[in-house]
Design a protein around this ligand. Structure first.
Ligand SMILES: [Zn+2]
Length: 66
């Protein structure tokens, strides 16, 4: 699963923003507007929740196989 930027683009770097948002807001989150900090935190939470869910789905199908 890909990490997504607050603008909806897939992030290919190790940063929390896509290249065009990095160019606009910069890499230093201390300099971001408050809404952006919240939006990135929210996107991260969704990303990790989906990751946990997909890992659990693997566990559940393994259990069904038994
Ligand atoms: Zn973006």
């Amino acid at each position: 699963m890909n990490k997504r930027c607050v603008c909806g683009k897939v992030i290919t770097s190790q940063y929390d923003l896509c290249n065009s948002c990095l160019a606009e807001y910069g890499r230093d989150s201390r300099l971001w507007p408050e809404w952006l900090i919240f939006a990135v935190a929210d996107a991260k939470r969704t990303y990790y929740q989906n990751k946990i869910i997909s890992e659990h789905e693997i566990t559940f199908s393994d259990l069904e196989a038994d």
